[in-house]
Design a protein around this ligand. Structure first.
Ligand SMILES: C[S@@+](CC[C@H](N)C(=O)[O-])C[C@H]1O[C@@H](n2cnc3c(N)ncnc32)[C@H](O)[C@@H]1O
Length: 256
């Protein structure tokens, strides 16, 4: 539905009854959105009351230098992932063949295709519905990303000079955080204290990297030591950490 002036008082009242004055930024985004996903005002009010994230109410959110269609089938792109993309940009490598594993909305792959316009960029995911959305988001670039289905390395062939992933890394046994209940479990949780998918990617990744290739991987705020140790055990060189906006180690990268 389109948000009209006459809808604003009821939206504001509902928002305030849900969040008080603590989240006015979200309200501002909502009332200034031209269009929202719910098809009528009652539905919108109901979804605000249920706590649906603003990004899913609007159905679109900005990430790095792009706007991304979103729904409940994909992770909402996060600021720490923008830091990861920025770090890859600043690494001063001229990557020519790039694969983003667990691409979700396609945000990492598509932004990298803009940063490295001469590169062949690929994005893979286990989820068919995520891939549909990634392909829709892909229409914003001229240097098209090739999206395809793969359970991590299952359908991957050849070598890449950049592998990147923001895999699921939240500990499975943790009760689901209220903030995460609107996002798909497959995008969030991993066994082995959240490290299982990260380990699969690091341990198998070297085989898919060119001689000077790099693997960049995002992880939880308390996983940097475990991730670095997996890189080390797997034989990678030049292991480095990257920081989020709070200065916390949130991704780790290394050379083959
Ligand atoms: C944390 S989300 C990241 C999404 C997106 N790259 C981003 O940064 O916003 C993890 C993604 O990994 C995908 N995934 C989970 N298990 C997978 C597997 N075994 N093989 C491939 N992709 C997987 C999920 O479908 C989800 O899209």
């Amino acid at each position: 539905m389109r948000i009209l002036k006459k809808h604003i008082p009821e939206i504001t009242q509902t928002w305030r009854s849900k969040y008080g004055e603590s989240y006015n930024e979200g309200l501002n985004f909502l009332v200034s959105a031209e269009e929202v996903v719910p098809t009528n005002l009652n539905l919108l009010i109901e979804q605000i009351m249920k706590g649906k994230p603003i990004q899913q109410l609007i159905g679109k959110w900005s990430f790095y230098n792009g706007d991304y269609f979103l729904n409940s089938d994909v992770l909402i792109p996060r600021p720490e992932t923008e830091c990861l993309v920025e770090c890859i940009k600043l690494s001063n490598n001229k990557f020519k063949k790039i694969l983003d594993m667990g691409t979700g909305s396609g945000c990492i792959a598509i932004e990298l295709s803009k940063i490295f316009p001469k590169a062949n960029v690929y994005g893979s995911d286990l989820s068919d519905i995520a891939l549909l959305l990634a392909r829709k988001n892909n229409l914003q670039t001229t240097n098209k990303v090739n999206f395809f289905k793969s359970d991590w390395f299952e359908n991957i062939e050849g070598r890449f000079d950049l592998l990147v992933s923001n895999p699921p890394y939240i500990e499975k046994t943790k009760p689901k955080n209220r903030d995460l209940k609107f996002e798909p479990e497959v995008a969030l949780f991993s066994e082995e204290k959240g490290l299982r998918d990260i380990r699969i990617i690091i341990m198998n990744g070297r085989e898919y990297l060119t001689k000077n290739g790099w693997l960049f991987i995002e992880h939880g705020y308390n996983q940097s030591d475990a991730v670095a140790s997996t890189f080390k055990k797997s034989g990678y060189q030049q292991i480095r950490h990257g920081l989020d906006l709070q200065g916390v180690r949130r991704f780790t990268y290394a050379k083959r």
